[in-house]
Design a protein around this ligand. Structure first.
Ligand SMILES: C[S@@+](CC[C@H](N)C(=O)[O-])C[C@H]1O[C@@H](n2cnc3c(N)ncnc32)[C@H](O)[C@@H]1O
Length: 391
């Protein structure tokens, strides 16, 4: 794991060793234990020392944990057994860059408000979207700003006295104030450690700064990043959000992005001039291919229409196939392996390691999931390996 060196709105590195002592709450843990059951791969952002993560991991949730405080993550890692294979990563969530996609991403304990720059919040939503599968869930928890600003009154308050392991005790106090124009809460937390005879032996302080984000901003951020709102909860018992709720917990679902299929060119239409009955078959194939990717070039020649990404991966032609009754088109695609299937009319190996397969398409219904599985495999094969002309 690497440190990130970014400017932090609250530098939890300063108190990571004390965090679990003074943040001794678990009001939300039962909720997550239940909620995560529905999901396979789960990513927790801003996980800290694992207040929520550890119970989830112990319950068998397939969890990946991200935070930008290396010290907080060190505490989390120290709580995991050496045989545990949970991925724990030090990253800024506004720059999130992981190799995987997840079914659920959640941000517990109002931590999203620590992103105090609005454009960074936008970035965080975009990054979260990139790391979710289509239809995946993003769950972001916040304080209801109307509720939270009431306690940001500038007065010094004591959070509590907490026993430390070595007979010492910790007293945490704080003040915070609300600045309306910037919608920011800022203040200071004080940490005083006393020995057995009540002598002050250590003093620390940590500046805090977080945003009170409005519901409307969250909805706009989510919409811009391609999410649909499912529900806003006002607590961790499943109660819908109301004006006087303490929390504002958003459940968003990543939308399936409808792709726009470019209109057919004159050349494509002319290719079907002599056999107009086959045009709907071509249209079905073409729509399915563009639904998979927009980065496709269509090239029409005398004998075929070729689809390419970096290289050509699929072809449509009027080539005759013995025993097939008109109207039909022949769909050809190249794979890195030979597929044996009753629907494959012919398979040849024009070059070592590249198999050309031909399938007859005689109804629109023939362009089904099986065909798309082969064509998308051909797409991926061509984008990696490259593929020469159909031959
Ligand atoms: C209040 S703590 C919450 C920790 C933990 N989720 C919990 O419930 O106890 C907020 C955490 O968010 C992390 N954090 C804040 N901004 C972050 C960012 N941009 N990227 C990654 N982590 C961030 C902090 O380092 C800190 O560990």
């Amino acid at each position: 794991m690497e440190g990130t060196g970014v400017e932090k709105s609250i530098d939890f590195d300063l108190v990571a060793d004390l965090y679990d002592t003074y943040v001794d709450v678990d009001f939300d843990v039962g909720f997550y234990l239940d909620y995560c059951k529905q999901y396979k791969r789960v990513l927790e952002l801003m996980c800290g020392t694992g207040r929520v993560s550890v119970p989830l991991i112990e319950a068998g949730v397939d969890l990946t944990c991200v935070d930008y405080s290396q010290e907080m993550l060190n505490v989390l890692s120290s709580k995991l057994s050496s045989s545990n294979d949970t991925t724990v990563l030090c990253q800024d969530v506004t720059e999130l860059d992981l190799a995987d996609q997840f079914d659920l991403i959640f941000v517990p304990f109002n931590s999203f408000s620590e992103i105090t720059d609005a454009s960074k919040r936008e970035q965080a939503f975009q990054r979260a979207s990139k790391h979710l599968v289509k239809g995946g869930t993003l769950f972001v928890t916040l304080y209801n700003p109307e509720y939270r600003k009431l306690s940001a009154d500038g007065s010094t308050k004591t959070l509590g006295r907490f026993e430390l392991d070595d007979g010492k005790h910790l007293v945490v106090s704080y003040f915070n104030s609300y600045s309306q124009p910037e919608q920011l809460v800022h203040g200071t937390q004080f940490y005083e450690i006393f020995d057995q005879s009540d002598q002050l032996v250590e003093k620390r302080q940590m500046e805090i700064r977080f945003s009170l984000i409005q519901k409307e901003e969250m909805l706009a951020l989510a919409e811009d990043a391609g999410f649909k709102l499912q529900i806003i909860y006002g607590d961790y018992q499943g109660t819908p959000f109301a004006q006087n709720s303490m929390f504002m917990n958003f459940e968003f679902v990543k939308q399936e992005t409808p792709r726009i299929t470019p209109p057919m060119t004159i050349d494509e239409l002319l290719f079907f001039d002599a056999k107009p009955g086959t045009l709907p078959l071509y249209e079905a194939v073409r729509d399915s291919i563009f639904a998979y990717s927009e980065d496709i070039i269509v090239k029409v020649s005398k004998t075929q229409i070729a689809f390419s990404n970096r290289y050509q991966f699929a072809f449509v032609s009027h080539q005759r196939v013995k025993g097939s009754r008109s109207p039909y088109i022949l769909l050809t695609f190249g794979l890195g392996r030979r597929e044996e299937h009753p629907r494959i009319a012919v398979a040849t190996e024009p070059y070592p390691g590249r198999w050309t397969h031909h399938v007859v398409i005689s109804t629109v219904a023939d362009v089904d999931d099986q065909i798309m599985e082969w064509v998308t495999e051909a797409y991926d094969f061509a984008s990696i390996k490259g593929m020469r002309n159909q031959g």
